[in-house]
Design a protein around this ligand. Sequence first.
Ligand code: NAD
Length: 494
Amino acid sequence: MNIATGPMSPDVAGLDLDSWSKGLFIGGEWLEGHGPHRIPVVDPSSEAVLTHVANADLSDAAAAVDAAAAAAPAWAATAPRKRSEILRRCFELMTERAEMLAKLISLENGKALRDARGEVAYAAEFFRWNAEEAVRIVGEFGMAPAGANRILVDYQPIGVCVLITPWNFPAAMATRKIAPALAAGCTMVLKPATETPLTAYALAALYKEAGVPDGVVNVITTSTPGPVTAAMLADPRVRKLSFTGSTGVGRTLLAEASKTVLSCSMELGGNAPLIVFDDADLDTALDGAMVAKMRNAGEACTAANRLYVQSGIYDRFVAGLTARMEALVVGAGTGAGTECGPMITAKAVAKIDELVQDAVGRGAKVLCGGNKPAGPGFFYPPTVLTDVPPDAAMAHEEIFGPVAPITRFETEDEVVARANDTEYGLAAYVFTKDIGRGLKVSRRIEAGMVALNRGLVSDPAAPFGGMKQSGLGREGGSHGVLEFTEPQYVAVTL
Ligand code: NAD
């Protein structure tokens, strides 16, 4: 493992952490939470406590919903052009402060600064895209087939939304929900992951500066997400849940949401296959595999979880990927030259190691990495495994770390069957110079998103989301904003 020379203790120089840990953001004000203790925020690179944030209890959650409900009529009545201009200002402010935000993300999440910079650009783009969408939410008007009346369809804001986000993209997973919700005319309560709350609070201050009215976006952190979320979902004023996180928590929330028949958009876990056919360009496939596997050090729902490589190119691909994985520089997220930062928690490292040891116990070969280093910091080395049998746990579960299990295949039918042998259906990657075959295979794979001859699929202008147990609904593109609307149909006799 190549260790970076960067700092292994928190380097907060230039970041005013106190300004983003002042309290819960409710009704445009910073309020102390009533939870039993403040929540520590830990630097995964050093294990040092960076600061503490407020802890919301049920009364704080109710106050946040009160604020969102009070702000709802005025925001829904705000002209789309005005909403669009505020969204555009959010984009501009995020872009102006990109370096500061990237450093903050890198500090609390641990991801390499270069990944954090990419995330800020991606996250800001949701504001630019939805600034353009806000003025293009058009209805429909036409003659009913029977000729007796006209059909008028109007897309109205769905109302107060509860947004729940994970720690792996602290900025982008929030803006992918907040920007379309604002464009549609909705108000909201965001509950970010407690591992990475500072980015959410830094952005909350930025929205206020950009002109988002008080109460339209509220942000609360809590050490008891189960009861706090359940209380908000049970509130009849809440009309929408938009969740990004694990499939397990998603199932629990769907059950909660069923009690009030809430509209749900769910962005859940993945188990992406990456398929390399014999005729693929080797460098394109290796470049793509490194991005698909190692963006965010493998902590991405879209991360390539299973790599299937056809016999004719197998040896060259395995040698090339192992060389690239071994060469990666591992270190503190904010460290100069770091390419692979730490994992989010000690628990995450233990889970990755358990999956690797399970595969090795079943006959997998370790070509590089494969063992947990001593601390401090929650590090796991870039790891390549071959001969991972289909019954290994990692063939069915998200690895969520820098581990690439490579399996040889012979035929297209065989690899399609293997790719689809999972309850997940989020992303997939296909490498072949034969575009006809690439498109045909893409269609046979049960995944909401397929990257053909590339390792990156996410794009604010495209519908992001999963099939099967990877989710419900889509974020981004023209689909994203519609998730925050309710179509109302009026039958009109002229
Ligand atoms: P997680 O499900 O543990 O937590 C996600 C969020 O849910 C956090 O804010 C957490 O505090 C909250 N939460 C946890 N238990 C809850 C409960 N009982 N009630 C209400 N809220 C609760 O997921 P994570 O570990 O933060 O993130 C990793 C997971 O997210 C992976 O499975 C990954 O694939 C998935 N993910 C999916 C997408 C996507 O777009 N499909 C994007 C990023 C991450």
